[in-house]
Ligand binder design. Sequence first.
Ligand SMILES: [Zn+2]
Length: 111
Amino acid sequence: MSTTKRDKYPEHIYLDYPPFNGWSVIMRGHGLTPEQVEEQVKAFDPGLTSTGVTEEEHFGYMPRVKNCGDRLGTNCDQDGEWHGHWYALKANPDPSTHFTLAAYKDAEASL
Ligand SMILES: [Zn+2]
């Protein structure tokens, strides 16, 4: 069977709060330079460009959850379906929980 550990980053993440309000890119690590963020956004999809809006957060990942609204208190359009889910953690020194979130725009479109 496939591994339940999520190790494929950068990845898409839906963030339902400002300043993101939509699809963004999640990447491993803190302390990334704007150039490294741009590199990761491009690695996710070469057609995208970072807007420069980033946040450093602490996350865990639940590979298989059905009722995420109840369990994680999220407002998620996959609630009721089996899917994977990030969840916020308190700040801590464990580097495996260090993620940077980056808003992006389509290279062709305006935000
Ligand atoms: Zn969910």
